[in-house]
Ligand binder design. Structure first.
Ligand code: HSE
Length: 404
């Protein structure tokens, strides 16, 4: 173990960067200090004050500094983050990142870059804020017993759903509040349209099953078109609606994955996951279900995860991506049957969606819904047609329902 303080170059001083500065200052045993901070605009007022001499607008002041051995990247621009992170790795610096959009899009290149340069990239903060889900999947669940990882991976949308569902608040007001509290992305459509959950799911799947699936190949549906009628339907059935991401084995050699709102009944762990909390259920043969719960968004929870990754480097911890080398890794498939609730008005859903079986229909002067069974591949193919404001889609779980 190296007892010298790790010298950090910090990229980004928004909610998470400022919180990391605070957390490092608070942690008595943090063998790390922030040596420079790179920002786009030094003159921008910030809630947390730091020594002005730390700030620079020139990324090379951090990348060229031989004293800086570790880069923390928490900026909100995925492409700029990719350039910083890949360059830092090429120069042999450790990188700790919370940038799920960048990591999910560039994961295969990032794995290759780490192998080639020997430099390490850690990113537990990218998925589920303070919950150590990546390191656990990487280290503990290192066997083929894993059947499913499923959960609430986005704090902002969960906060909005909790406020709307349990407290009767307006959707727009709840979204504004999620932004004020520092939960939402700078583009909150990433949160509410499910893309943020999608990015986290891609990262989780890499560490759960050793397989990378690109964002375009995964069906993703968010909560932006939820309506009072959907909430009423769920309440009548004593369900809650949660935005759920899941990766599930559907056979020994095949798995599927998607992000969708889901009707969740009281018997499920995620039913009680409210506000900005996240909850991840890990299911396996022999041990059935395990559950991880914690704050999934917000500066301080995310900073605590960054600090944990920084400290892990004192022991030279790195991801080995062991599962990517396993023989007989499962293959991704969208050839699976799902059961969905689709509420609509003007959009001609019966003409768009080729249901295999219709289980229930409802018609009123204002809206209709269909509950039916449909292939995930058919949903994915027709995804652009399901974005109209009069349409809302909600999953009715079929996998592993006999195992709860
Ligand atoms: N916007 C993200 C969320 C932040 O709401 O979960 C944490 O990744």
């Amino acid at each position: 173990m190296n007892n010298d303080k790790i010298q950090i170059g910090l990229f980004g001083f928004g909610t998470v960067g400022q919180s990391l500065y605070t957390v490092i200052g608070r942690a008595r045993n943090a063998h790390a200090e922030i040596r420079r901070i790179a920002v786009r605009d030094k003159s921008k007022p910030r809630a947390v004050e730091a020594d002005p001499a730390l700030f620079t607008e020139n990324p090379d002041d951090l990348l060229d500094d031989p004293e800086i051995s570790l880069i923390v990247e928490v900026i909100d621009n995925a492409e700029a983050a990719w350039h910083i992170v890949s360059e830092a790795l090429r120069r042999g610096k450790t990188v700790v990142s919370g940038n799920k959009a960048m990591i999910a899009r560039h994961l295969p290149e990032l794995v290759e870059l780490q192998r080639r340069t020997g430099a390490a990239l850690l990113y537990d903060a990218s998925s589920c804020g303070s919950i150590p889900v990546i390191r656990n999947l990487e280290e503990y669940y290192d066997n083929d017993l894993l059947l499913e990882v499923k959960g609430i991976l986005n704090g902002s949308s969960n906060y909005i759903l909790s406020r709307v569902f349990d407290h009767g608040e307006e959707y727009a007001a709840a979204l504004r509040r999620a932004q004020e509290l520092g939960f939402a992305e700078s583009d909150p459509s990433n949160d509410i349209e499910g893309r943020d959950s999608l990015y986290k799911l891609i990262i989780i799947t890499m560490h759960a099953l050793g397989v990378y699936v690109a964002p375009e190949e995964i069906f993703t549906y968010g909560i932006s078109t939820i309506h009072e009628s959907d909430i009423r339907y769920a309440r009548e059935k004593r369900f809650k609606i949660k935005l759920v991401a899941q990766v599930a084995k559907v056979a020994d050699d095949r798995f599927t994955m998607f992000v969708m709102p889901e009707f969740v009944d009281k018997s499920k762990y995620i039913y009680s996951v409210d506000d900005e909390y996240n909850g991840v259920v890990i299911r396996g043969e022999c041990y059935d279900r395990q559950f991880m719960f914690g704050k999934g968004a917000g500066g301080l929870p995310t900073a605590s995860s960054l600090l944990s990754d920084i400290m892990a480097r004192r022991y030279d911890y790195r991801y080995e991506y062991k599962k990517t080398r396993f023989r007989g890794r499962p293959e991704y498939t969208t050839d699976v049957l799902l059961r969905v609730y689709v509420r609509y008005a003007d959009t001609d859903i019966p003409a768009i969606l080729p249901f295999r079986e219709i289980r229930e229909t409802y018609t009123s002067p204002d809206y209709r819904y269909i509950i039916g069974d449909i292939r995930l591949a058919d949903l994915l193919e027709r995804r652009p047609l399901l974005s109209a404001p009069d349409v809302f889609l909600c999953n009715i779980p079929l996998f592993f329902t006999d195992k709860d």
